[in-house]
Design a protein around this ligand. Sequence first.
Ligand code: MG
Length: 326
Amino acid sequence: MKITMAHGSGGKSSAQLMSEIFGKHFNNEVLSKMEDAAVLNVGGKIACSTDSFVVTPLQFNGGDIGKLCVCGTVNDLLMMGAVPKYLTCGFIMEEGLDVDLLDKLVESMAKQAREAGVIIVAGDTKVVEGDGGLYINTTGIGEIPEGRDVSSSNCKDGDVIICSGNLGDHHACILSHRMEIENNIKSDCAALNDIVDGLFAAGINVKTMRDVTRGGLGTVINEISESSGVRIELDEEGIPVDPEVKGFADILGLDPLYMGNEGKMIAVVPADQADAALAAMRNTEHGRNAAVIGRVKEGEGAFIRTRLGATRRFDVLYGEGLPRIC
Ligand code: MG
């Protein structure tokens, strides 16, 4: 069966879609009340983030748009030191979308939400003319426990920058699908609860966390340098990149340091806690390839020491590397 305009009518077909797909997978005590708005219990400081997901193809090696739209928003909450609690989702479906595929994607979304500790408390669907495409917006709410202060503006001279793992995997995976190149490159799409929980459980005074998404490491490092008013020096040698992804990027003239990821982050920590932070990250599933990649200095701008020993400016990405990767 395919999605038709009738599924967006608000009538019988809409109700059927709601109960047979969304209700079935997302069922929880808030959503099942079917009120006009979800009423949530939240205390203290909350973090809120929203993101729209337009990735194509909808399914890829290592994930799909359902998994991605949970991980993306959950990770943004986590990066502020928040404990992710609630998600809302808006589905924009194009006419012709396969209902069995939609069911799989919603199931994948529900599974990832359970794993990331969030419940889906509100949602909306719309059907538009088109060619079977699907776009999902998610908004997330998380609670920030007392005493946590994580921000891009917290970095100081001497701090150490740790990257949670290999860069470029998601971007290379999506590009491989789009170019119909067969390889083993898998998206790193993942919710990073384990890494963030691990850092706080180890008592690390985490200053800054950022997930390394669209625009890659180059974008994130420059934003931190600017927000904190510091110079950042990275060491290219130490930045983890999978050899297959490196080879793939080289052929296409791309740089993994500017490629998007969906399950990688950097943490900036005080120098005297760097060893403990690295150990805590490596002790988690999603941080097992973590590495120290650079340091914070007095001054301004982002710089990178290349494999050949020269130091050059590490600029932001100019132009769009690849549209619709997330
Ligand atoms: Mg982010």
